[in-house]
Design a protein around this ligand. Structure first.
Ligand code: ZN
Length: 332
C-alpha cells in the first residue's frame, strides 16, 4: 500500500487532493468555533425572547415550524415557542432569508453537542447533509457555502471570501476534469491559492492553519511520500465530491447545459471507480507476490536453520571427540 507513485501527472493529481484535505483540516477548528459561538448566542437570545429557562425541546419537526414568520397557522413549539424563534433567527441570519431546512434535524437543536452543527447546516444550500452527524464530516463546499450564506461569517470575511471560493473552485474543477492528471504548473497554482487562503488574518490564532501550511510546503517541494494508498483515498474522495457536485447541479433548473455537465460528472465518476478497481487488483496481486515471497523465504530459512543445526551438531561431536582424546592423553 505504501508503494510510491511515480507517474508525475497522477502524483500531482493526488497531491492536489492532499492539499485540499490540508485546507479542510486547517479550517475545521475555526468552523467549529464559529458554529459553537453563534449557537450559544442564538440560544441565549431565544431564551430571553421566549422566557424559557432552559431550551430543551426535542419534539418539533422543522417542516411543521417553517416559516413561522410568514404563517401564523404553524405549530407552536411546546417549549414556549423556542424552536419557532430559532427558525426565525436562522432566517434572519441567512443572506437571502432562505435557509435549507432539508439538511437539518431540528429535534437536536436543543442538544448542546449536536445542536450547533444541526443549526449551521441550514446555511448549506446543497442538500444531502441531513445524515451527516458531525461537522467533521462536512467538506470544503459546505464550509464555503456556510461562510457565504451566513450573514455574520460573510461580514467577518468580507472580500477575503473570494480566497475561499477559489479553493472551492479547485475542488469543483478536479471533479469536472476528465484527465485525472494535473500539470506541475497547475499544481503550484493550486497550492499557492490554498496557502493564500490559509494565511488570511481570520485564521490567525488557529494552530491548525500553521500545521497544515507546513504540510503544504512539503507537498509543494515534493519532499514527502505519495503512495498508492493516497491515490486510492483521493479517488474515493473524488467520487464522494462528484456525487455532491452532481446533487448541486440536479437542484438547478434542468437545462441542456446542466444535463451535459451531469453526464460528464457521471462519466468521470465511472472512470474513478474503474481506476480504483484496477488499483485493488494491483494491490491484491502485490500482496499475493509478497505472500509467495514470504513462503519461499520461510522455506529457505528453514533450510538454513537445518544446515546451522547440522554444523552445531558437528561442532558438538568434534568437542566430544577432543575431550575423549584429552582424557585418553591424561591416562598415558
Ligand atoms: Zn420545539
Amino acid at each position: 500500500m505504501d508503494i510510491e507513485l511515480k507517474d508525475i501527472g497522477t502524483r500531482n493529481w493526488v497531491k492536489t487532493w492532499l492539499a485540499l484535505r490540508c485546507f479542510k483540516d486547517a479550517i475545521l477548528p475555526f468552523m467549529k468555533d464559529k458554529c459553537a459561538e453563534q449557537y450559544l448566542k442564538d440560544i441565549s437570545y431565544i431564551k430571553h425572547l421566549s422566557g424559557s429557562k432552559a431550551y430543551t425541546c426535542n419534539l418539533c419537526k422543522v417542516d411543521e415550524l417553517k416559516p413561522p414568520k410568514k404563517k401564523k397557522t404553524n405549530k407552536v413549539c411546546p417549549d414556549k415557542g423556542s424552536c419557532g424563534y430559532l427558525c426565525d433567527r436562522i432566517i434572519d441570519l441567512h443572506v437571502k432569508n432562505d435557509p435549507n431546512w432539508s439538511n437539518t434535524n431540528s429535534e437536536f437543536w436543543s442538544d448542546d453537542t449536536r445542536g450547533p452543527w444541526e443549526r449551521i447546516k441550514c446555511f448549506i444550500h446543497t442538500s444531502g447533509y441531513k445524515e451527516k452527524k458531525d461537522i467533521s464530516e462536512a467538506d470544503i463546499t459546505a464550509f464555503v457555502q456556510i461562510c457565504t450564506s451566513n450573514e455574520l461569517l460573510k461580514t467577518a470575511f468580507g472580500t477575503d471570501l473570494e480566497c475561499l471560493e477559489k479553493v472551492r473552485d479547485i475542488r469543483n474543477g478536479m471533479c469536472h476534469s476528465g484527465s485525472m492528471a494535473v500539470s506541475g504548473i497547475d499544481f503550484l497554482t493550486y497550492v499557492r491559492l490554498i496557502e493564500k487562503a490559509l494565511k488570511l488574518t481570520i485564521f490567525d490564532g488557529y494552530p491548525s492553519a500553521n500545521e497544515e501550511l507546513k504540510k503544504l510546503h512539503t507537498l509543494e517541494h515534493d519532499n514527502g511520500k505519495v503512495t498508492i494508498e493516497d491515490e486510492m483515498t483521493a479517488r474515493e474522495e473524488t467520487i464522494e465530491a462528484i456525487r455532491e457536485v452532481k446533487k448541486m447541479l440536479e437542484q438547478q433548473v434542468s437545462t441542456d447545459h446542466f444535463k451535459k455537465e451531469i453526464a460528464n460528472l457521471k462519466s468521470n465518476e465511472d472512470e474513478h471507480i474503474r481506476l480504483l478497481e484496477q488499483r485493488f487488483i494491483y494491490i491484491e496481486k502485490h500482496l499475493l507476490t509478497l505472500q509467495e515471497d514470504h513462503t519461499k523465504n520461510k522455506t529457505r530459512l528453514e533450510e538454513h536453520k537445518k544446515i546451522l543445526s547440522n554444523i552445531q551438531n558437528g561442532i558438538a561431536a568434534q568437542h566430544t571427540t577432543i575431550n575423549e582424546i584429552a582424557v585418553d592423553a591424561k591416562k598415558i
